[in-house]
Design a protein around this ligand. Structure first.
Ligand SMILES: NC(=O)c1ccc[n+]([C@@H]2O[C@H](COP(=O)([O-])OP(=O)(O)OC[C@H]3O[C@@H](n4cnc5c(N)ncnc54)[C@H](OP(=O)(O)O)[C@@H]3O)[C@@H](O)[C@H]2O)c1
Length: 249
């Protein structure tokens, strides 16, 4: 396991999986820049994390991942204020409700802008620096939703598939230069995003964060979280198309 001690960035750290990852990083003694849009929520979470730790390791940065031009200057600002970054987690994501007979470009665009382009912007900003330093780790939270185009949320599936493929390309470019790119495909996790969906067998956000950091430590290329989703998605991916569309899943 590679020991890192630089600054970490967690994009999407005000709730759910990103908050749990940020907390665990700070508990491990790392300086963490916690990014999200909701200023008050973020400030409260940073305050609580530092209170528990007794040290000011968590730092709040208000950021909209859909504001792509803001990424490069914010990355530079974080490095100036907290020191060199050697680990970035892109966890931010949106999944608006979409009715089965709804075809709404505004919702599709928002998901592509945040889930896919936002990830690409942060991954590019990290890759340039990590390549020059010949080290660093980028973790992108995709989803099992990327594995197949299901009927429920076309924009969500497509945005996750796009980010997932982008990260594979980046990994194939960077591994020979000592830079790690790990893609996480969570199954069901109990978070504000999935509140009220009654997902059977969902794990807690903290358990997801634990498994994500384990995958990072093991330098995994792609990790299903938890592991059983690798088997479930293997089956789903291999259902022939003519049958899959009849299942309406
Ligand atoms: N929960 C699941 O079952 C599940 C399964 C597979 C994949 N995922 C993925 O896991 C990631 C985390 O989701 P979650 O379940 O933990 O949901 P969540 O609690 O809703 O967390 C989403 C996080 O993303 C941030 N975010 C959303 N839009 C943003 C934007 N434009 N700019 C910056 N930050 C933004 C939110 O903060 P603000 O609202 O404050 O900006 C929040 O911190 C998402 O990418 C999601 O697609 C979740």
């Amino acid at each position: 396991m590679e020991r890192r001690n630089g600054t970490c960035i967690v994009v999407g750290a005000s709730s759910g999986i990103g908050l749990a990852v940020a907390r665990r990083l700070a508990q491990g003694g790392r300086k963490v820049a916690m990014l999200a849009r909701r200023e008050r929520e973020l400030a409260a979470q940073v305050h609580t994390a530092n209170d528990v730790l007794g040290k000011p390791l968590a730092h709040a940065y208000v950021h909209d991942a859909g504001d792509l031009d803001a990424v490069e200057p914010l990355f530079a600002r974080i490095e100036q204020e907290l020191g060199p970054v050697d680990e970035v987690h892109f966890v931010a994501g949106v999944m608006p409700p979409v009715a089965i007979d709804e075809f709404d470009l505004a919702k599709d665009r928002q998901q592509v802008q945040v889930n896919m382009l936002g990830c690409m912007a942060w991954a590019n900003a990290a890759a340039q620096r990590f390549l020059a330093r010949k080290s660093g780790c980028f973790v992108g939270v995709s989803s099992v939703a990327q594995d197949r185009g299901r009927v429920g949320k076309p924009g969500y599936h497509a945005s996750k598939a796009g980010m997932d493929t982008f990260l594979e390309s980046l990994r194939n470019r960077l591994w020979r230069h000592g830079v790690q790119v790990t893609t996480i495909r969570p199954g069901f996790v109990e978070t504000p995003m999935t509140q009220g969906l009654q997902l059977k067998g969902a794990i807690s956000a903290d358990r997801a964060a634990e498994l994500i950091l384990k995958a990072r430590d093991r330098r995994k290329t792609v990790a299903y979280v938890p592991f059983k989703w690798r088997l479930i998605m293997f089956v789903i991916r291999n259902i022939p198309s003519f049958l899959f569309r009849r299942l309406s899943i």
